[in-house]
Design a protein around this ligand. Sequence first.
Ligand code: 0RA
Length: 646
Amino acid sequence: MSEEANKKNYSADSIQALEGMEHVRMRPSMYIGDVGVRGLHHLVYEVVDNSIDEAMGGHCDSISVIINEDNSITTRDNGRGIPVDLHKKEGVSALEVVMTKIGAGGKFDKDSYKVSGGLHGVGVSCVNALSDHLTATVFRDGVIWQQEYERGKALYPVKRIGETEDRGTEVTFHPDNTIFTQTIEYSYETLANRMRELSFLNKGVTISITDKRQKDEKGEYVGETFFSNEGLKEFVKFLDGNRESLIQGVIAMEGEKNDIPVEVAMIYNTSYTENLHSYVNNINTHEGGTHLSGFRRGLTSTLKKYADASGMLDKLKFEIQGDDFREGLTAIVSVKVSEPQFEGQTKTKLGNREVSAAVSQAVSEMLTDYLEEHPDDAKTIVQKVILAAQARHAASKAREMVQRKNVMSGGGLPGKLSDCSEQDPEKCEIFLVEGDSAGGTAKMGRDRNFQAILPLRGKILNVEKAMQHKVFENEEIKNMYTALGVTIGTEEDSKALNLDKLRYHKVVIMCDADVDGSHIETLILTFFFRYMRELVENGHIYIATPPLYLVKKGQKKRYAWSDKERDEIADSYSGGVSIQRYKGLGEMNAEQLWDTTMNPEFRTLRQITIDNATETDRVFSMLMGDEVPPRREFIEKNAVYANIDT
Ligand code: 0RA
C-alpha cells in the first residue's frame, strides 16, 4: 500500500462494495436521470466528477476530456490514480471493485465533498454498467495498470502493462446503444459548457476538451482549454459579458464559515433583471435553497443598513423591499457541503439549514467591507436600488391590473383569443401566432375542441431591455397573462408566479419560418424565460415548425422542412416538379397549416427546456442585448436551448 493511501486511510478494504450493476442496466434512469441526451452527457460528468474530487483534495490540477470519433469518451487526470491493491473482502483489486460494484466510491471521508443527492455521485461503476466497453488505466507508484470491461463485467483481472513516471487515471468508455437508444452522439457544446463551468468553480485546475470528430480551418481538432485563476470572479464577468457594468469591479469573497466553504461573487449591471446562480459541490442548484436564501438575507440586511445610514432614503415615501436590492444584480454563490440534502422537484434545492447563516454572514462581511472601501460604488448601488423601488411601485399598479383582469376569468379573457371548448387544461393547447392574418388561418385550421389561438401583433416588447412596469403595461403581454390564466403574487411572495389556474398545458409559439419570425420567437421566449420561467422549466413551452417547401407533381404533393428533404422528395418524384417556398404562415391555407404544423399526428413540436440555466441566461442577455451581430448569428444558427420533441 502506498504511503499516501496509509495517511489518508484509504485502502482497498475501506471500500464498501454493494451489489447492483444489473439493477443499473435495468433501471438506468434511477441512477442517471434519463437515458436521453441528458443521461448520455451525465456519464461524462460522472467520471469527471471523480477527477474534480481529486482536484478538490489537492491531488490533481489537470483534467482532459476527449470525444473520440466513435463517440466514446476518454477522460484523463493527474490525480492519485484509483488504488489497485487487493480488496480483502472482495478478493479482487480495488480498481475492479470501484469499477464493478455500485456504491463503491471508496472515498467516504468527509473532506471530499461527495454528493449524496441529485444526480451526481452515483459512481464510475454506473458509467461502466451503461457502457458496452470501458477501459480503465491507472498510473500509480511507477506502474501502469489496466482493466477492460463489457457492460460492467471485467474481461480479465487488473494487469500491469508498463512503467510510468505519471500519476492519474484514464477512463475510456463507449455508451451502450441498447441503453441509450435515442442517440449516443455527444454534443461538443454541452460538454464544453460544463467543463468551462467546472473550471470557474474549481480555480487553478486546467480542464481541456477535444473533439476528434471535427477539425477546424487549420486542420486541428476542435477543442478548448479552460483555466480560471480567479474562479467565481471571472465567472460573473463571463456571465455579464453582454451587459453594461454599473460599478467598477466585482464584489467577491472566499472563505469558510462554520466549517462550510463559501464562495460568492457579484456584480451590478444597468439591466433590470436579477440573475442568481447557485452551486453546491459544483452542482447547479436550479431550485436554490438555503444557501441562496442566506445570500439574499445577507445582501438585503447589509445594503439596507448602509442605505439607511447614508440618509439617501430619507425622502422616499415607501419601504424598500428585498427584490429592489437585486435589480441588475448578477451573482454566483458556491458552497461545499459534506452531506448535502437535496429537495425539490428536480432535487436541486439545498435543504441543509446550517448553510443559510454561513452564507448570510459571509455576504454581510464581504459587502460591508466593499461598501466602506468603495463609497462611490456604494452610492451608485443605493441610487439604483431607489430607482428599482420606484419602478416596482409603478409596476405593482400595472401588475394589479393584470391580476384584476385575470380574477374575472371567463369574462376577462382577451377579445383576440379564440378559445377551445375543452375545459381540462392538460388536454388544451394554445397557439401564440405572429400576426392577425396568420392568426385567422390558424383559427380556421385548428381543432377547436382543444386548440386555442391567440394572435400577437408584430414584434412583442423586448423584456430584456424594458423596465418592469412597461412589461406589465404592454397589451400583448397582458393578453398572454390573461389567456394563459397565469397570475402574479402568492401569499408568501408578491412576485411569484401562480400557475394553479394555467389554462393550457401546451403553449405553442408559431411564427414564420424566416429571420423575422425567429426574432419574434426569441422575443416571446425571452418573455417566458424572464417572466414565466416555471412554464419553461415544467416543459410547457413549445415551438411549432411550419414546413419550408411544398413539392408538387401532378396530384402528388409533399412538404419539406429542409433543403435536403426538398431535394430528396424532388428526386423521388423523378423531375418535373413544382416547388413552392413558404415564406410565411400566411402563404398556407387553413388545411395546409393544420396538416403540417398543427395536427398532433403529423406535426413536430420543439419543446423548450432549460438544461443549463447559467448558459441560457447568458444566451438571452446576448440575444436581447445591444450587440446585434452575435444575436443574428445565433438565431440563424438556431437555438441551443431548444431540443426536439414530437
Ligand atoms: C477511489 C479511491 C481513491 C481515488 C479514486 C477512487 C479515484 C477515482 C477516479 C476516477 C477518475 N479519476 C479518479 N481518481 C481517483 C483514493 C486514492 C488513494 O487513496 O490514493
